[in-house]
Design a protein around this ligand. Structure first.
Ligand SMILES: [Fe+2]
Ligand SMILES: [Fe+2]
Length: 318
């Protein structure tokens, strides 16, 4: 056996863990491709949480009341926390956090396409909570059973907070819908702008999704993109009715044969453009992230100097 070839027993044990629906833990042997796939998925998720703070963060200073400001501040802070758990989960696989941030800033690692759209009015804050956090819940609840242990466990807490985010968005919109005609029009306008980009959050259609089959086999992913998109549409239609808004899709209707809603085709060219970096806010999001990272350099340096000094003192005492 060469040094690089895995011990046959270890590979078998890995396969058995997956087959029995048990969790792979950081100490366990795993195929390098599994490790790389999980790092990529968790890193993209972490980046999405951190970049996702920007569209709404922009409204914290302009929230219409102290109550709304406190809610929004707490929500955006939750997203920072999600990013931190997920970067930590990545580190259990040997990834380096500075390297992950570099990859984000230089465009070598992606984040969710949805955060490249602007939040134009305060109704967008409600619609982001209702639809974007709602889609995140749909995507992420099955990940609580992901085969990589630290990711699955991080997702349990994250999902609880995401569903709370979804509820606060819906409550904000309910309040606006019982307000003036102008407020109702703002809500409808925000729904019209966000609906299709939200459907893109589930990723490309199954027929074009390169990573789905392997990720499903390894139980990193539990449902395909199209299954989750369908589940989200079915969940959202009655909520839109209760709210009194129209979803901007003339082909959206209940199909009694399928027991599910039919809906129109997403503009996949638009999605490809946004993923490729040409969405309305891509450049702005990365520039802001880079500025924040550069601006925080002195904090990281100070923390490292403090840790080194403390370690030195402990050595002297010993
Ligand atoms: Fe989040
Ligand atoms: Fe959230």
């Amino acid at each position: 056996m060469t040094a690089t070839a895995p011990d046959a027993g270890l590979a078998e044990q890995f396969e058995r863990t997956i087959a029995r629906d048990q969790r792979v833990e950081p100490r366990d042997w795993m195929p390098e491709k599994f490790r790389a796939t999980v790092i990529r998925q968790i890193a993209q998720h972490a980046h999405s949480e951190i970049i996702g703070m920007q569209p709404e963060g922009n409204w914290i200073t302009r929230a219409p009341s102290l109550r709304r400001k406190a809610i929004l501040l707490a929500k955006v802070q939750d997203e920072a926390g999600h990013g931190l758990y997920l970067y930590s989960a990545c580190e259990t696989l040997g990834a380096d956090r500075t390297d992950l941030t570099e990859r984000l800033i230089t465009g070598r690692q992606k984040y969710s396409s949805i955060f490249n759209y602007p939040a134009l009015t305060f109704a967008d804050v409600g619609v982001i909570g209702w639809l974007v956090d709602g889609a995140a819940v749909c995507n992420q609840v099955p990940l609580c059973r992901s085969s990589y242990g630290p990711y699955a466990r991080a997702m349990i807490r994250i999902c609880k907070e995401e569903s709370f985010h979804q509820r606060q968005g819906y409550e904000l919109l309910m309040t606006m819908m019982s307000g003036t005609a102008g407020q109702r029009a703002m809500v409808q306008d925000a729904v019209d702008r966000w609906w299709w980009p939200v459907l893109m959050m589930f990723g490309p259609p199954d027929r074009e999704s390169a990573n789905t089959a392997q990720s499903m086999a390894w139980k990193i992913k539990r449902h395909t993109n199209d299954e989750l998109r369908q589940r989200f549409v079915d969940m959202t239609v009655p909520q839109a009715e209760a709210l009194g808004v129209t979803l901007p899709d003339p082909d959206l209707r209940w199909n009694p044969q399928r027991g599910a809603h039919d809906f129109g085709e997403v503009d996949w060219d638009e999605m490809k453009q946004v993923v490729a970096g040409n969405g309305p806010c891509n450049a702005e999001r990365i520039a802001q992230r880079k500025a924040a990272h550069d601006g925080g350099a002195w904090v990281r340096e100070a923390a490292a100097a403090h840790a080194a000094k403390k370690a030195g003192r402990e050595r002297t005492v010993a």
